[in-house]
Design a protein around this ligand. Sequence first.
Ligand code: SF4
Length: 336
Amino acid sequence: MLLERYLKVSENKLPAKFLILKSIDVCNFDNKDIDELWEMHENAMSEFRETTYIKNIKITHPNLLDLKIEIAKRIFENCHFCEHRCYVNRNKELGFCRIGESYYSSEFLHYGEEKVLIPSHTIFFCGCNFKCVFCQNWEISQVYFENLKVENYCKKVRPKLMAKIVEEKRTISKNVNFVGGEPTPHLLKILEILGYVNVNIPVVWNSNMYMSEETMYLLDGVVDLWLSDFKFGNDNCAERLSKIKNYCKVVKRNHLMINDEDIIIRHLVMPNHLECCTERIFKWIGKHLDAKVNVMFQYRPEYKATLYEDIDRTLTYKEMEKAHLLAKKYDLDTDV
Ligand code: SF4
C-alpha cells in the first residue's frame, strides 16, 4: 500500500529510517579517502536494507548516519550535492546556488500540506539551485540570486538547537519536513540535525529532485517520505523558465532511484503547459512509478512570470478540467 511505511512511522509503530541508521555500526573512518568511505557506505547499506523493519533501536557509534555525515562533509568541500556539480569548496567559495552557510527563514507547524502530512513541522531553508521565474516563494528561494542580505532576516542553522526544536514539535507534528528554497544544498546540515534528533519522527524530503546520484545514495535510508516537485515535461521549458539544464534526465533518474512506495509527487499545472509538461509528466509517472500525485492548481503569475507571456495568467477552468482528465487517462492515484 502506498505510504504505508511512512504512516506507520508517523504513528510510532515503526522507527524512522535515520534511527535505524544510528543502530548500524561501522568501523572507524578517520583518515579514509572518499572511495573507501563509499565502499563502507555500500556495505553498511546492505545491512540497513535487511533491517528496515526492526522495532527496537540501539544507538551505536560510529554508525551509518555518522558515516553519511562524513561523506556529506567531503562533498561540501568539493560540492556536487546537485547536478550543477560546481566542485567548489563551499567553506571558501560559492557555487551556482551561492549558498555557503545554511540559513533558514522560518520553521513552524504547517497545516497547508497534503492531509497525510499535517501538521507538518516544516523548516524553510534559504536559497535554491533553481531560478524559477514563477517562484511563489522567491523571497526565500532566490535570496542569493537577488543579493538580499540573508543574515538580516533569516537565522543560521544550528543543528543541535534545531534538533531540540524538532523533538519538541514532535508532540504535535506528524513529520519533519525539509524544504526551501531547496533542501539539497543543505544536506550536510540536515544530516547533522538528524544526528542530534533522538525521537521517532518521519523525515520528509520536499525537493525539486535535481540531486546528484551521490546525494541520492546519501538520502537512501534517511528519507521516509519523498515529496517531490515534478515541474516540466521537457528540457526546453525547464531551461527557459527555471534556467536548468538536463532537467528531465536528472529528475526522472532520481525518481527511479527511490526504492520504496512512500512518494507523493506534486505537479503545479501551469497555463499553456498542459501538452508540453503536464501530459508528458503524467504519462511518464503512469508508466514508471507507483506514487501518489498531487495535481496542483494554485498557479498565479508571481516574481518574474509577468515577463513570460505564456505563464502570465492564472489557469482557466478548461485547463484544470483537462489536467484532471489527463490524470485519469494515465491512471494516477491523485487521492492525497
Ligand atoms: S549545491 Fe549544487 S549548485 Fe550549490 S554549490 Fe553544490 S553543486 Fe553547486
